[in-house]
Design a binder for this molecule. Sequence first.
Ligand SMILES: [Ca+2]
Ligand SMILES: [Ca+2]
Length: 550
Amino acid sequence: MHSYPSGNRLPKFAMPFFMRSLAFLALICLLSLFSRFGASAAPTTAARPNAARPNIIIYMVDDLGWNHISASQVTMGTHSENYRTPNLEKLANEGLSFTHAYAQPNCAPTRSAMLTGQYPARIHNDVYVVRSLSRFNKSAKEGFTKDTASFVPQKQSEDVAVEAITIAEALKENGYATAHIGKFHVGGHRGDETMPENVGFDINIGGFSQGHQPTCFSSKKDGEWIFAKVGLGHFDQWASPYNEAYVKEHNLPAGLVGSPKHISDAVGDALEDTVAKLAGSDKPFYLQFHTYAVHGPIKARPDLLAAAEKYAATKAQYSGFIASVDENLRRMRETLEDPNGDGDTADSIARNTLILFTSDNGGTHAANTPLKGVKGMLTEGGIRVPLIAHWPGVIPAGKVTDHKTHCIDFYPTCLELAGGKWTPDPDEHPLDGESFASVLLKPNAKKQSAREPIFYFFPGYMDIRAEPSAAVIDDIKGKRYYEYEADAWKLYCLSNDQPEANNLIKSKPGIAATLSKKIHDWLTQEHATWQPKYPTVKKTGKPSGPPPVL
Ligand SMILES: [Ca+2]
Ligand SMILES: [Ca+2]
């Protein structure tokens, strides 16, 4: 049964466990989404003065679930009362919301995909999961232990390769200033050469190998206020307890005065300082604002916790932590309006700045209902994330699109918006992502060309959440398909089955065949940089190869 060498010539019922264990395809009916939200009939102005070479800010939250915000354009109305994010609602009301934005299933893989514009099967990326592909479950009751697993995963990288041409390096070549604030996670594990400042970022505040904040509040050590073990100490300059001037400036409750600083406010302080610096330069800028919120430990600022306890039926700490994300969005927008903070908006850069708000993976601290699963899984709850684009004067207010995106798309999108005069050599560093700049520039266009399929390949194990699998999210005849590999091929229609509950594989064999062929063709593409890490079949000692074509 486990003699599958590679290739696709196995008889149908001789599929190895890897292929049989759990697989599904899902489809989403796009037309029904459109009829729900409608599309504005207003014409788009093709060329606007501020549509060239904007400043670009990617505001990426950690572990924020797709519908853990109150912007209904993104959540398709599915969010609960537990989440109140008025500034995100405002952003969505004034910008463009994506209902089907996808990321990798957890932190490091999404960050490496964004930095490289590549899938993990590229040698410059090679980050499939946090830490290791051999994160077996310890209990045999669920998932797979090292003994019960049929495959032996390969080793992967934790850092983006030194040889990669990162999004920051590419944008620098196009004349951009570049900055990173907060969690980086995919550099510095083995040495300084992959640290943000050595892979294209002019400014790095806090970024290194660290995957989360050990603590959410500042503390006193040897007479100094610090954020203990967070971000290389870079945030310590903002660690002093709240004082009267600070609470007045930021319109916070006086009761906070004297209490330790929350990490979200410190990264907000870093943001204001950095935007002020970047705004004073002649160059357009690219800024990654990658927060520690809302990765665990989940601790909200006391006043946000108290407020959340009134509206959130459960998990008020989580809701309060999310509220700090929303506050920082307000601070970001106020800073763009008045970068030097003198009260005069003559120096505003808001109209020249594109904000892209998103998350690095699905939610993990609360259910993502109606989506199935959580962070770490390839079901919708693990990979679908919020995405809102805001660009005054270019993106009309209140737009919604079902154009699907993946986190590898940020790189080519930014490159195109930056003018694209310099692009990486496709022999050396090919980009797997697809620009969605046209969707941003012409959101009123009646027909956007559909994105190529989004693929997933996970050649390892992660506790009970993941096992060797492959998936595709496709568009066929106006519908969208999505596939996940394991016990048997499965197929879901997400437009009327968002929870992925009704397997349509038997009634849609043609679709299953088409999609399995697409996965095969994707995995077997030929390029020197494309080296999928197939796990080894224990019984044969040979690589599993790609899934079979149905
Ligand atoms: Ca994450
Ligand atoms: Ca000003």
